[in-house]
Design a protein around this ligand. Structure first.
Ligand code: ADP
Ligand code: MG
Length: 269
């Protein structure tokens, strides 16, 4: 394991997570290495433990067995430098855009002047200047997730955990936010490691440096795919690349039997 740990941002080694005294095995024997500054997209059928894995990396719950390291340190409570973006945005409805974006920093006891600077910078970066005093209910889903992104980025995390962040958005808003994220990721000052869960193979190919295809529950890595497209990336150029369709089909061939299996398991339950 030593070779892989050196320089990696996140390492899971034979990791398992069981619930209900073993009645539910979310994932088992899961081994995955995420190099620093890599974007690792994770695809896999519903219920294969993707969210649980991110929660373990975030230190919100513990592995049952195996090892999990973030920047070389075993996870034991929320590690420093890890931030999360949620599918349902996770905004506090009674707080303004500004206060939501500032929330993580405020919780960390950051001085007000620093908060002001950082929040202004990141609200600008995600295109929310002028909306600081709005409340979440006054915003579209896409704008709410921009707040979620600003809140996470403002913490300047080494590792950004994204749990289907665009899944609740309509198709066009989703494309716009994918492009925005690519633009932000291309900035040298915003390079970070990302674990990005998605059900969309297209999204994984567009955003990822690697794609981990997980099996049905209990989840393990069925295949690890290197995404050959360089950065900075243009969505149109990626989709026009002749390797795109081949990879897309290959990943779907890997995923299809797992999704079918997960569906049958769900019917039994
Ligand atoms: N706190 C919990 N208690 C019991 N079972 C859980 C808990 N959290 C998740 N599970 C179960 O673990 C499995 C994996 O869940 P999850 O990580 O949410 O999957 P995914 O995100 O891949 O859809 C599911 O069967 C789910 O019902
Ligand atoms: Mg999930």
């Amino acid at each position: 394991m030593e070779d892989r740990v050196a320089g990696a941002a996140v390492v899971a080694e034979s990791a398992s997570k069981l619930f209900l005294e073993g009645a539910v095995v979310a994932f088992q024997g899961l081994t995955l290495t995420v190099p620093r500054h890599d974007v690792m997209c994770i695809v896999g059928p519903s219920g294969c433990g993707k969210t649980t894995l991110l929660r373990c990396v975030a230190g919100l719950t513990e592995l049952t067995n195996g090892h999990l390291l973030v920047y070389g340190k075993p996870v034991n409570g929320p590690p420093e430098g890890v931030a999360m973006v949620f599918q349902q945005f996770g905004l506090l409805p009674w707080k303004t855009v500004y206060d939501n974006a500032a929330f993580g920093l405020a919780m960390a006891g950051t001085p007000t002047t620093t908060i002001r600077e950082r929040v202004a910078h990141y609200l600008d970066l995600v295109g929310l200047v002028g909306f600081e005093r709005h409340y979440p209910y006054q915003l579209s889903g896409g704008m709410q997730q921009r707040v979620g992104l600003a809140r996470a980025l403002a913490l300047n995390p080494h590792v950004l955990l994204m749990d289907e962040p665009f899944a609740a958005l309509d198709a066009q808003t989703r494309e716009v936010l994918q492009e925005e994220l690519l633009r932000i990721m291309a900035r040298p000052d915003e390079r970070k490691t990302m674990l990005f869960i998605t059900h969309s193979i297209d999204e994984a190919l567009l955003l990822g440096d690697r794609i981990a295809v997980l099996s049905a529950r209990p989840g393990r890595v069925r295949e690890l795919i290197e995404v050959p497209f360089g950065r900075p990336r243009e969505p149109a150029a990626v989709r026009a690349d002749r390797r795109y369709a081949t990879l897309r089909e290959h990943i779907w061939d890997q995923l299809r039997p797992e999704v079918a299996l997960a569906g049958r398991e769900a019917l039994k339950a």
